[in-house]
Ligand binder design. Structure first.
Ligand code: ATP
Length: 504
């Protein structure tokens, strides 16, 4: 059984992975806080990305640009005029929706008649029926009945529901209450703030809605300082902010989130080949770090769906508990951004190609992933329930490189100071090499279950025999195989396995 979003949310709260933002004040919509375990997990996701995209390659440099950028950046990029979503309000329940997320359906008007329920039960008499005083517009008789009952505030009111002939039309209506939606309004999603002490127009800046522009404005700095020739890329991870109209589905869509983006600069004409290359490379990154292939797919954007700057775009989609949805977008942004920045800044961003002795503006392929969405996908994909000796075992089978805690050390007997001391000393030593925890607050079975639920690959138990044979029991998460390993070899035993996993 695949895990539901509610189950993941509950596991995340219970195990210190992710909490609602500002929870003690009933939360702030669209924000989440990563707890001690989640912080490690997300950092590991970003580290795995950085390692594969920067360290393991010789054609990508790293960058960490400021979140606040000159306001002209967002005029040049088109975000001030274009970065908006169509927004509709429900005239009845007042809820707000992204108009393009509401499904268009065939709706019909229904005449509603109601009656008082007879005292002894049964059907009301013919004479007791009267017009409810309001028609209902719905996509089926059943939906009309439900909406009418909700409007009357009576879940069991006797109702007669009749479609009115010739009223069928195709439109979008409120998904919550069936009410009429206002005409779509464009809504700019950038958060505005002010620099300097005076809140006046001239001081407006935006919190970046994507990390990409920080890369474009530093393209020439990086190229020159690192003596780069095309093709090469610049990678960056960091926070982005979007005033999403309907943040929802846990960390899938939030107002503050982290992106992992590469802008890969190449010679025009080679862009199609690099685009295909990056689509493959990014798809394979997810499977390398443990996502099952059957839960991933690629979706090509239709021409009319493409952003104004893009020549082509493919999404890597994941089969989330909410259905197939975008995990990452890989776009061919052509020379749009650098051309725009050259125009608006007045700086020369042309590239001199020594081979052909010509000057041109590089084309750009952009693989743009979300660190939070990836974290959610890794969590969902790793979750499994098993039955072991008639007991349910919940395991996060995370790739070792992503596992928040690498090793946990337990004393078999928490009341034996000689065992406790040995276990604590081992834990302190392991901590110098990888994130290790010490726990003696429950019986061994329960301690194992706790660590399984957060995906800890190795649990080490120090027992009475350890005092004489100088060995401890190391138990591996997935196979549950236990091995006696000498104390002095435990660090190497774990390190070898972690490194082997990282290099697969
Ligand atoms: P969507 O269509 O889901 O709004 P998008 O196409 O606008 O996403 P991009 O601008 O391509 O997204 O951003 C690249 C990546 O950043 C997305 O694939 C996603 O992983 C992440 N991302 C974008 N918006 C959000 C958000 N509001 N919350 C969490 N992650 C996000």
């Amino acid at each position: 059984m695949p895990i539901s979003m509610d189950e993941i949310v509950s596991l995340c709260k219970r195990r210190g992975i992710i909490f609602q933002g500002s929870e003690i004040y009933n939360g702030l919509a669209g924000t989440f806080d990563y707890g001690p375990i989640g912080t490690e997990l997300k950092q590991n996701v970003k580290r795995a990305w950085w390692r594969a995209m920067v360290y393991e390659r010789s054609d990508v440099e790293g960058l960490d640009a400021a979140i606040l950028m000159h306001p002209s950046v967002w005029i040049a990029s088109g975000h001030v005029s274009n970065f908006s979503d169509p927004l509709s309000d429900c005239k009845d329940c007042k809820k707000r929706f992204r108009s393009d997320h509401v499904e268009e359906k065939d709706y019909q008007t229904f005449k509603i008649q109601t009656a008082k329920s007879p005292a002894g039960g049964g059907q009301p008499a013919d004479a007791d029926w009267h017009d409810a005083g309001f028609p209902i517009v719905a996509d089926s008789k059943k939906a009309a009945k439900e909406l009418a009952r909700r409007k009357l505030g009576d879940e069991s009111a006797p109702l007669k529901v009749e479609p009115v002939e010739g009223t069928t039309r195709r439109e979008r209506r409120c998904p919550e209450c069936g009410g009429e939606l206002s005409a779509p309004r464009q809504f700019n999603m950038m958060f505005k703030t002010y620099v300097g002490p005076v809140e006046d127009q001239a001081e407006i800046v935006y919190l970046r809605p994507e990390t990409a522009q920080g890369i474009f404005v530093n393209y020439e700095n990086v190229r020159q300082s690192m003596r780069r020739k095309l093709p090469f890329g610049i990678a960056q991870t960091g926070k982005s902010f979007r005033n999403e109209i309907t943040p929802r589905n846990f960390i899938f869509r939030t107002r503050e989130f982290e992106q992992m983006e590469i802008e890969f600069f190449c010679k025009p004409g080679t862009d199609d080949t690099w685009f295909d290359y990056w689509v493959d490379a990014r798809f394979n990154w997810y499977t390398r770090f443990g996502i099952k292939k059957e839960n991933l797919r690629l979706r090509e954007h239709a021409k009319e769906e493409l952003a104004h700057y893009a020549k082509a775009c493919k999404d890597v989609e994941y089969n989330f508990p909410i259905g197939w949805s975008e995990l990452e977008g890989i776009a061919n942004r052509t020379d749009f951004d650098l051309t725009q920045h050259m125009k608006h800044s007045g700086k020369d961003l042309l590239y001199f190609d020594e081979e052909s002795k010509t000057k041109y503006i590089p084309y750009v392929i952009e693989p743009s992933a979300g660190a939070d969405r990836s974290t959610l996908a890794f969590l969902v994909d790793a979750y499994r329930e098993e039955t072991v000796q008639d007991r349910k075992r919940v395991v996060l089978g995370l790739h070792y490189s992503l596992a928040p805690v690498k090793a946990a050390v337990f004393p078999l007997l928490a009341n034996r100071s000689d065992i406790v001391e040995k276990a604590q000393a081992l834990s302190l030593d392991l901590k110098k090499s990888f994130y290790t925890v010490y726990d003696d607050t429950a019986a061994i079975g329960k301690l194992y279950r706790r660590q399984d639920e957060i995906g800890t690959p190795f649990c080490i138990t120090v027992d009475v025999d350890s005092l004489t044979d100088g060995k401890a029991t190391v138990r591996e998460r997935d196979s549950m195989k236990q091995e006696r390993v000498p104390f002095e070899g435990i660090k190497e035993y774990i390190r070898t396995r972690l490194v082997a996993a990282e290099n697969t």
